[in-house]
Ligand binder design. Structure first.
Ligand SMILES: *Cc1c(COP(=O)(O)O)cnc(C)c1O
Length: 225
């Protein structure tokens, strides 16, 4: 078995364990393989092991890997890094989902740039729960108005909330942020039942707190140089 295959099995086992503890079905968790700064050949190898969802942080890097891997037609690209409004037109025609919507202007621009009239994409609203000055994401109080505004856009399908807790938080504090994000989503109209949360270091906590979309990079592909 390749090291990649072993790491994937270990992650699947972690997800399954966390699901058992939380009384959830492992099939309710979508694993998004975060391939930033890793070569397209790593993505191809992960695809061969059955993964279909891949996350990238930078627009240019996503587009160039997409060109290289154009033969993998059912591969789904997720933009998980901050998106500048002026790059929405580049990314809109190419991705399955954007996890980092945090203002109305960006959402409108993405909607407008989707290309084919029947095309829809999934979006997550990114929330900066800890109000970290350097971090993207909207304030928690801004969520209801943004949900309402994004829901009015016909071609964006708002599916859930996303967050990245402070990197230095204690595990129990991290768990509390995950629980808060889930509750915040469930309180919205329409109710947002999906949550994009959990990375290599806090994957199990996130799944225990209801994560439906986990974004895992280094635990799968190895440390980034
Ligand atoms: C890099 C990144 C990840 C993956 O991080 P790992 O710690 O390598 O699992 C997940 N989400 C976002 C937003 C990232 O930028």
């Amino acid at each position: 078995m390749s090291p990649l295959h072993e790491r994937l099995n270990a992650i699947r086992e972690q997800v399954a364990r966390a699901c058992r503890r939380a009384g959830r079905e492992p099939g309710s968790v979508r694993l998004i393989a975060v391939s930033k700064r890793k070569p397209a050949s790593d993505i191809r190898a992960a695809y061969a092991l059955g993964l279909r969802d891949f996350g990238e942080n930078y627009v240019q890097e996503l587009l160039s890997k997409q060109r290289e891997l154009a033969d993998l037609e059912d591969l789904r690209w997720h933009l998980i890094g901050h998106l500048q409004t002026n790059k929405a037109r580049l990314i809109a025609p190419c991705v399955h989902a954007v996890h980092t919507i945090d203002d109305e202007r960006l959402a409108r621009e993405l909607d407008r740039r989707l290309g084919h009239p029947d095309r829809k994409i999934e979006v997550f609203l990114q929330v900066n729960l800890a109000r970290e000055a350097q971090k993207a994401g909207c304030d928690p109080e801004a969520v209801p108005a943004l949900v309402e505004a994004i829901t009015r856009l016909e071609r964006l399908s708002l599916v859930g909330l996303m967050t990245i807790p402070p990197a230095d938080a204690e595990p129990e504090r991290t768990r509390a942020y995950f629980a808060e994000l889930r509750e915040l989503g469930l309180r919205q109209t329409p109710c947002l039942s999906r949550t994009s949360m959990g990375m290599s270091s806090d994957l199990e906590l996130a799944v225990e707190e209801g994560a439906t979309d986990v974004r895992v990079g280094s635990a799968l592909f190895g440390e980034r140089s």
